[in-house]
Ligand binder design. Sequence first.
Ligand SMILES: *Cc1c(COP(=O)(O)O)cnc(C)c1O
Length: 398
Amino acid sequence: MVVDGPWRRTAEGAGLVDEDGHVSSTIFAEMSALALRTGAVNLGQGFPDEDGPEAVLAEAVAAIERGENQYPPGPGTLDLRTAISEHQRRFYGLQPDPQGEVLVTAGATEALAATLLALVEHGDEVVTFEPFYDAYGGLIALAGGRHRTVKLRAPDFQPDPDELRAVVTDRTRIILVNTPHNPTGTVLDRGTLDLVAELAERHDAIIVTDEVYEHLTFDVRHVPIATLPGAAGRTLTISSGGKTFSTTGWKIGWLSGPRELVTAVSTVKQYLSYVNGAPFQPAMATGLRLPDAAFTAIADGLRGKRDLLSAGLSAAGFDTFRPDGTYFIVADAARLGFDDAAAFCRALPELAGVVAVPLSAFCLDRHDPDYASLVRFAFCKRIEVLERAVDGLARLRS
Ligand SMILES: *Cc1c(COP(=O)(O)O)cnc(C)c1O
C-alpha cells in the first residue's frame, strides 16, 4: 500500500491528526477509559501487571540509595553501554564498541524518534510493515518523511516479497523493521530479513530495526538483522529493557550500530530527553547480565500465558493466529458474526468483560478491509487475570 500518510502536522503545528481530522491515538485512550469505567479486564494495552526479576528491581533501589540521582552521562553510563555490548555479543555475536557505537535512550521510543529526526530529510521515504507500532506513523511525520508500507496479512503475517521489492526504491532512506512484531506477534522469517538486507544494499537505504521483543519468542530464535552478511554496516539496532524485564515505566532503551550513524542520532538525542533514568541504568545493566536461564524463564512464563489466552479465544469461537513472539495475539471476530473490529471492541466490555484493540488502530487506513475484523489481545497479564478474561470470552459463544 502507498499512502502519503494520514498523519500530518496541524495548521498550528500543534499536533498530529488522523485522516478524519481527529487527534491521533484516541482508540487507546478510549479503550483504557472503557476498561476503567466498566471494570473489564484490560487486554488492550501491552504492559505487564507483575514485577520482573527481583535482582533488577533491587539494583534500582540500591542505586537510588547510593545517590545515583543526578544527570547520567549523555550517551548513558559506560557500565550500561558495556553491558549492552556484552549482551549483543553473548546472544548474537555482535560486538558494538561501548565508546561510540552504543547509545542509551529514553526507551526505544526516543531511539526511534532521534534516529528518524537525524536521518530523514524532508520528503525521504521510510518503509515499514503494516500494521505498525503506532508511534512509527507519528514519528515519521514529525521527521518530515513519507511513510510507505508493506502489508502483513493473516494467517502468517509475513510480507509478500514482490510487494516489498516494489515499495523499496532509490527514494527509500530507511527500512524500519520490527521483529518480533507488534501488533501481530509475528517473527519475520529469514527470507524476509535477507530480502530487506538485499534491498537496503541495492537502494543504499539504512535499516533501522526495532527489537524490543528480542527475548520474548516462543520456540523460534530471534535473528537480529545486523547479523546478516553485509547488513551490520548499514543497520541501527534498537531495543529496550521495558518489555524483557517488565519495567515498561522505566523507559531505558538503547541503540547500537555504525559509529557515524550513532553519532548522528546522539546529536539529536541530546536535544530531546538529553539524558534519563540515572538509577535505572545500573538496574538495566544488571538485567542484561542475568544468566541465560533467566531469559529463558521469562519467555517460558509468557509462552504459557499465550497458550492460555490462545486456547480461550479459540474456545470462544475466534479464529486465532498463534504468535511466535511478543505480548500479543491477533484474533478474527468474523466467525462470531462481527465484521467491524472497532465496533466489536467497543461492545466487548459489555459482552465479555474484556477490553482489546482493533488492528485498524495500527494501520494507515482505519477502514482497510484486510484488517476489518481483526482484534489484538495482550497476554502479558497474571494467570488469574487471563483466566477471568477467558471465562468472560466464553460468554460470546452462547
Ligand atoms: C513498546 C514498544 C516500543 C516502545 O518501547 P519503550 O522502551 O517503552 O519506549 C517500541 N516498539 C515496539 C514495537 C513496542 O511494542
